[in-house]
Design a protein around this ligand. Sequence first.
Ligand code: ARG
Length: 587
Amino acid sequence: MPDPQLVLSARVQAALSAAFGPSYADADPVIRPSQFADLQSNVALPLAKRLQAEQGEKQNPRAVAEEILGELDVADLVSAVEVSGPGFLNFTFSDDWIAAQAQDVLGDERLGVPRRERPEKVIVEYSSPNVAKEMHVGHLRTTIVGDAIARILEFLGDDVVRDNHVGDWGTPFGMLIEQLLDVGVEKAATDDSSVSDLTAFYQAARQKFDSDEEFATRSRQRVVMLQAGDAETMRLWQILVDVSKRYFNNVYRKLGVTLTDDDIKGESFYNDLLAPTAQELTDKGIAEISEGALVVFPPGFKGREGDPLPVIVRKSDGGYNYSTTDLATIRYRADTEHADRVVYVVGAPQALHFQMAFAVARMAGWVSDGMRLEHAEIGNVLGTDGKILRTRAGGTVKLAELLDEAVERAGTEFDKIERDQPLDEAVRADIVAKVGIGAVKYADLSVALDSEYIFDFDRMIAFRGNTGPYLQYATARIRSIFQKAGVAPEQATGPIRITHPAERALALRLLDFGAVLKQAGDTAEPHKLAAYVYSVADAYTTFYENCPVLKAPDEETKASRLALCAVTLRTLETGLELLGVPVPERM
Ligand code: ARG
C-alpha cells in the first residue's frame, strides 16, 4: 500500500500508543500536506489539550511533539523529520522510499489503489431524462457526472447499481398519447416522424391542450385510462417510451456513457407501489388529510411565512405526485434492493424536494440508520451570457446538436496542429470525436458538481490549460516517447530511481492515486479526481522539461525515466477512463 498519508498515519499512531498508552492508538494523527516538507502531522496540538484535560497539568504542544518524535519509527521512510512551529511534525520522505513505492505502483495492475475492505451496495441514480421530451444540458451534466461516480465506485470495489429514473409516468402522458394518436401511430413507430423531434412534439401537445377544449378533455380521460392500465393505452404509452429510449441511447452512445436499457427503472416502475406507500404512511399515523389531500409535514421544514411545508402524498383528486414516486422508490431501494447508499445525481433546484422526501422516509422507518441517502446537487449550466443556456433563437438547446457542434469545433482546432503527413480521414474523425466529446465531459467534471458553470466551447476545447484536450494530448505525448524509443510502455520496468526534484515530485504525486480515488468516491465528487489527473499531467510536464528521457545521461537513468513515463501514462489513462473521458491513441 503506497499511500504516503496512510503509511505515515499508521506510524504516528504507533508512536502515540508507545508514548501515551494504547488508548491513544486510534487518535486521528492529523496528517496534512506541508509547506516545508512533504507531509506534516498536527496531532500534538489537540493531543496536548486532551492530555491536559485528562491529567490536569498544563501541556506544551511542542514538548508533546518531541515526545512523539522520540517514539517514532520512520527511519525507513524519511530523510528528515522535525518539530516545527507550535508543535507540528514535518516529514520529508527519502528518495529511496519514494522510488520503491513508485516501483510497486508500476508493478500493480490497480496502480496501488486498494479495493474496499467493506464494499457497499450503492445505487447511483443519474441521467433520468423525461419521456417524450428532449434532454437538456442539465440532463447532460447529471449524465456525465453520474457516470463518473458510478465508474469510480465500481473501480473501488463497490457493488454499483446504475439507475436511470426516467420520467415516464404522470398526467402529461394523457395529452402526449392523444397527440400521438393525432400525429399517427404508424408514423411515430417508424422513428422518422415528428415524434423523433421531441421538443416540437411536446410543445404541440401542450399548445393544443391549452387551446383546444376537446383535446384537453380527451387527454384527461386518457390519464384515467393510463392509470387503470387499459391495454390499448399502455400500448400507445409504450410507443412513446420506445421512441424516447432510442433517442436517449443515441445520446448515451455519442457521450460514451455506460447506461443501457437494463438500467432504466422509470417512474412507471413504482406505479403499483404508490397506493401501498400512501397506505402505510396513513397507517403509521404519519400522513394526514389536509384540504382534501393526503400530506406529511416533516418537522423543521417551513415556508416563507414560517408555516409548515407539506409533502403531498395524494392529491385531492386522488392522483399521486412526483414526491409519492420518490417515497415509493426509497422504500423499494431499502427493502428490496438492500442498498447501503443511494446517490441521487440530480439538479440542485430539487434539493428541497429530496430533503423532504428523505425526512419522510426516515419518519416512516424505511431507512435504517446505516443507509445513506445523498443528493449530489448538480449546479445549473449557463450560457456565456451568464443565463440559462439557450439557442441563439432563444429556444432550448438540443443536446445531440450541442454534441455535434463540440465535435465540429474540435475538428477546427485539431486541424490547426501542424503535421508532416496529413491524417487518414477515418483516423482523424475518430480522434476529433474523442476530443470534442472529451472536452465537453471534462469541462463538466472539472468543476465542483454543485457550482454553476458556463458552457463555453472556446474554453473547453482549448489544447492548453485545465481541459480535456490538454490531458488527452498529455497521454499522446507520452505514447510518442515510447514510439520513438521503440519500446512498449509495458516493457518499461525500471528500476525507478530518483535523481532530480522533478522526478521526485512526479513520483510522489503518482503515489496519491488511491487516496484521491477513495475521497472522490466517498464524497461522490469526481472533480477531485479531475483535479488530480490534471496535477499529474502538470508534474509530468515539469519532469519532461527538466529530465530528458531518450537523451538521458546514461542507460539506468533512461530506464528509470521510461518507467516513470509508463506509470504516468497508465495513471492518466485510468483516471480519464474513470471520468469517462475518451483517450485517442494519438493526436
Ligand atoms: N426526471 C426528472 C427531471 O428531469 C429527474 C428525476 C430525478 N430523480 C428522482 N428520483 N426524482 O427533472
